[in-house]
Write a protein that binds this ligand. Structure first.
Ligand SMILES: Cc1cc2nc3c(=O)[nH]c(=O)nc-3n(C[C@H](O)[C@H](O)[C@H](O)COP(=O)(O)OP(=O)(O)OC[C@H]3O[C@@H](n4cnc5c(N)ncnc54)[C@H](O)[C@@H]3O)c2cc1C
Length: 394
């Protein structure tokens, strides 16, 4: 991909910067619960009304149909402006929406796509189970067809935001006798209003935040018209949507880490250091780590551009995309640890009234980065086998 910015790209950037400077919410989003839902939906609606939702979604589905480079520019300006993380809108915008565009029926597209963009619905992803995470195709939640309904029984875990979502993209086993990748179906499960037999239990995390849930299905009945793609073809639905998802879902996070490092430099300039009255920024060790972090986010930016280039060329980020994901996850953990070292003992006051606990919660959250959406070990195996050509580890 040619990463030379055209006149059009420059004016797009200027327009985005101007709009964001006037519209980014001043307050931080609540940590979880209904407050977070309302905050995220309102912010998504504001972006939609301003013409900034679905930058790279096709025009026919309500997006702007712009280039990947312009999507990247938007992410950069978004992070620069300190706009909130995509949060609860993540699954709808980056996964369910693109999947419905490719595999959804006309009725499913009409019913769901505009609601996602307009900030009128939140989606959750019901893939992982207690015994199916890295090896997702081992999932056992059962879907049995009964007339024009599917009856679901089983359990999903680590479902982000299931307690405040409207719909769930659900993977169930519909043919237990078929090879494990062949007997899976992708179906839309409505979470609100909650159907009989469905129980959602939030899981309290170390940080005291409730963003993940356990979801139990006890003969939950879903109309067969909610199946996306064909019955037993769910693995294909998950895999082949990759083209439209284009593997760019995590780019926003990668870009926003640069902003976090800038915020830390400011924090260090305004915080008393660990030894004596001097600013944290005057501490040699902290200053050296901040400088290293700055260099590393620049390296991450270069990797992100290389990833975009591969997506533009091949339609997906390829196995090399795992380099950026691992590097980002580990760098994010180092950066958030740095925040705690700048704050010193104040960071232990997790329930305190000051703003310091924000950094402590972000630090604890950063541990999830090497797990969610595919662990670093799995990403490392992808690199070993598919990039380096090493033998498969049995
Ligand atoms: C913040 C967060 C949000 C999440 N949100 C969702 C969501 O919305 N929906 C959803 O469905 N899931 C979600 N997940 C779950 C996530 O996808 C799984 O945690 C992840 O896929 C790992 O699966 P697991 O937890 O079952 O761990 P396991 O697969 O049991 O792995 C345990 C450990 O063994 C290692 N391991 C496993 N297999 C191998 C192997 N072949 N080679 C080397 N090492 C291996 C792993 O790397 C890991 O260290 C979320 C997770 C987190 C942390």
């Amino acid at each position: 991909m040619d990463i030379t910015f055209t006149e059009e790209d420059h004016s797009f950037r200027a327009e985005a910067r101007d709009w964001l400077s006037r519209n980014v919410p001043k307050e931080r989003p609540p940590d979880d619960g209904q407050g977070l839902r309302e905050f995220d939906l309102a912010w998504q609606a504001t972006q939609y009304e301003g013409g900034w939702a679905g930058i790279s979604w096709p025009v026919e589905y309500g997006g702007r149909g712009l280039s990947l480079l312009q999507q990247m520019i938007w992410h950069e300006e978004y992070a620069r402006a300190g706009a909130p993380n995509v949060g609860t809108s993540f699954v709808g915008l980056n996964d369910a929406g693109p999947t419905l565009m490719i595999h959804g029926s006309e009725d499913q597209k009409v019913r769901h796509l505009s609601r996602i963009l307009e900030g009128r619905s939140i989606w959750a992803q019901g893939y992982s189970e207690p015994n199916a995470g890295s090896d997702l195709a081992s999932l056992q939640t059962r879907g049995t067809i009964d007339g024009n309904e599917m009856v679901i029984t089983g359990e999903k875990i680590w479902t982000s935001y299931a307690d405040i979502a409207d719909h769930q993209e659900l993977l169930v086993r519909t043919d237990p006798d078929a090879p494990k990748h062949k007997g899976i179906t992708w179906i839309i499960c409505d979470l609100s209003p909650s159907p009989p037999g469905l129980i959602v239990e939030p899981i309290r995390m170390l940080s005291g935040i409730d963003r993940l849930c356990r979801v139990i299905y006890d003969e939950v009945r879903i109309p067969l018209s909610n199946v996306v793609g064909q019955v037993n073809d769910g693995w294909n639905v998950v895999s082949s949507s990759l083209y439209l998802k284009r593997g760019t879902g995590r780019i926003a996070d990668q870009v926003s880490l640069a902003r976090t490092v800038d915020d830390l430099v400011e924090l260090a300039a305004n915080t008393r250091g660990p030894h004596g009255p001097a600013r944290a920024l005057d501490n040699d060790e902290l200053a050296r780590r901040l400088a290293t972090a700055r260099a590393e986010v620049i390296a991450l930016r270069a990797m992100t551009y290389a990833e975009l280039s591969r997506v533009e060329r091949d339609g997906h980020p390829g196995a090399e995309g795992s380099f950026g994901r691992i590097f980002h996850a580990l760098l994010s953990q180092r950066v958030h640890r740095l925040a705690l070292d700048i704050l010193g003992p104040r960071s232990l006051d997790i329930d305190g009234a000051s703003d310091d606990h924000y950094w402590t919660k972000e630090y604890l959250w950063s541990f999830t980065e090497t797990v969610g959406g595919g662990t670093s070990e799995i990403q490392s195996s992808v690199i070993a086998e598919r990039v380096l050509g090493l033998p498969h580890d049995r």
